[in-house]
Design a protein around this ligand. Structure first.
Ligand code: C2E
Ligand code: CA
Ligand code: CA
Length: 467
């Protein structure tokens, strides 16, 4: 009996040792399975859900929803992240992404957050009404734009957010499509903000698609795109100094469409180079026809960064046999601040050939004066918004500061958007070189500018105005 007891005790002890070992081993296996599952479903840099996992969860939750469930999906896109990568390098860019992800996690502890692209995130919030979602979107915008301290560098980016809602069971594709449209609106509203999806956005999207089709057709078939010219006058003496070439689209049903509507669209759908080429050709023809005048064209950062741009400009000048010094290229301040290698090369090569450069809408870009000072240009064009507000002392002081800075750098100064005689007198006394605005002349079609030309040569501003 005692032997049997001893044997049983030994057996029990042995089996419980074995059971412990087995359970430890299976715990370890379960842990590594969980780790593997986590790795397969999460983004390694940020630890957030990856695209596949997020989609799976979204589908699951929206598919299970009962009629009263209200969920919210947000697309979050960092603004100017590409510039951080270009300027500071990828390791810093990666750190910024993981810090941004950590901020999002702490601001939305109960949300499912996924990283779906380099600087793109998606959020799913359960039981979220419009008010609280809006509040959270606002907090995210604010939280993400607070500067990041990374390896001694102080880096700022912003965030644009599109918000959409899902009530009850619904299709994940439809909710993400709506959040995407809302994001598009947040960006169009100037970035660093959020937009909530509304049905009017669908309507806008439809008309944008129509416009896109029409614009492709207009460029392909010719005849609908025209170039208008706005005269620019010298501040002292009011002589016609130059013409700014401005694209116009004569839509068969809508009439003239303004460039602020179709230029951004053309940039997005990759047609800006065609429009730029058309304006360049027209401008060179104008230069050839009116030998005493200068002409300015506008170029977006995208055009200036296109490798063939320099040759395109130089060959157009050569074809029409006009001196490069009579052509000025206006680029927006944001473009001037881009500092992409190709853009710098374009500016350098064209300036070496004699073409002038101006910074358009000066003062409105996010780049500081010091940054702008590094760029080699010949002129600044003070943005209309400053001229509009010049009756206010602080704005007047800003205009004076811009003029003094430009003078110190030896740059020419144009004030644009001059609409009143008070503005005209003030700008003359402050020492602007040239003035442009509806008070002096609106942009005119080619035939009207040409009709104006002989009388204007050496004539007065008033003569031009009455034409
Ligand atoms: P911008 O270069 O700042 O051009 C000046 C704009 O201000 C023009 O609008 C002009 O009509 C308007 N303007 C001039 N004086 C006054 C004024 O006294 N009062 C008011 N209210 N407005 C005035 P527009 O022609 O609609 O052009 C808008 C923008 O589209 C231009 O702004 C330019 O950035 C862009 N753009 C125009 N043509 C081209 C082009 O061929 N290529 C590119 N890339 N951009 C273009
Ligand atoms: Ca311009
Ligand atoms: Ca401008």
């Amino acid at each position: 009996m005692p032997t049997l007891l001893a044997a049983l005790v030994a057996l029990f002890a042995a089996s419980s040792v074995a059971a412990n070992a087995i359970s430890r081993r299976s715990d370890r296996l379960a842990l590594s399975r969980a780790q593997l599952r986590h790795q397969a479903s999460h983004d390694t840099l940020t630890g957030l859900a990856n695209r596949a996992h997020f989609s799976e969860q979204l589908e699951l939750k929206l598919g299970l929803g009962s009629a009263n469930d209200l969920r919210c999906v947000m697309f979050v896109d960092l603004d100017r992240f590409k510039a951080v990568n270009d300027t500071h390098g990828h390791p810093i860019g990666d750190k910024l992404i993981s810090l941004a992800a950590a901020r999002m996690r702490s601001l939305l502890p109960n949300g499912l957050i996924g990283r779906i692209g380099g600087d793109e995130f998606i959020v799913l919030l359960d039981n979220e009404d419009a008010r609280s979602a809006e509040e959270k979107a606002g907090l995210l915008v604010k939280g993400l734009k607070t500067p990041y301290d990374i390896d001694g560098a102080h880096i700022s980016v912003g965030a644009s957010i599109g918000v959409a809602f899902a009530r009850g069971r619904c299709s994940p594709d439809e909710v993400t499509r709506q959040a995407d449209i809302a994001l598009y609106h947040a960006k169009a509203a100037g970035r660093n903000t959020y937009a909530m999806f509304g049905v009017h956005m669908d309507e806008l999207l439809r008309s944008r698609r129509m416009l896109e089709i029409d614009l492709r057709h207009a460029i392909g078939s010719g005849g609908q795109l025209e170039v208008f010219y706005q005269p620019v006058f010298t501040a002292d003496g009011g002589k016609l100094y130059s013409l700014e070439a401005l694209a116009r689209w004569k839509h068969p049903a809508l009439g003239y469409v303004r460039p602020d509507q179709f230029i951004p669209l053309a940039e997005e759908i990759g047609l800006i180079n065609e429009i730029g080429a058309l304006v360049l050709e027209d401008a060179c023809m104008m230069l050839a026809q009116s030998p005493e005048i200068h002409v300015a064209i506008n170029a977006s950062a995208f055009e200036l960064s296109t490798p063939g741009y320099t040759d395109q400009v130089l060959s157009a000048l050569c074809k029409w046999d006009v001196s490069p010094a009579r052509l000025e290229i206006e680029m927006t301040e944001t473009a001037a601040a881009g500092e992409s290698g190709e853009l710098e090369k374009t500016i350098t090569r064209l300036r070496e050939a004699g073409v002038r450069f101006a910074i358009d809408d000066f003062g409105t870009g996010y780049s500081s004066f010091s940054r702008v000072q590094k760029i080699t240009v010949d002129r600044i064009k003070i943005d209309k918004s400053f001229i509009d507000e010049m009756h206010r002392a602080d704005n007047r002081a800003l205009v004076i500061a811009m003029i003094e800075m430009a003078r110190a750098k030896g740059l020419k100064i144009t004030a644009e958007g001059v609409e009143t005689s008070e503005q005209l007198t003030a700008l003359q006394s402050l020492g602007c070189d040239d003035l442009q605005g509806f008070l002096l002349s609106k942009p005119l079609p080619r035939s009207e500018v040409l009709a104006l030309m002989p009388r204007c040569r050496g004539g007065s501003r008033q003569e031009a105005d009455t034409a």
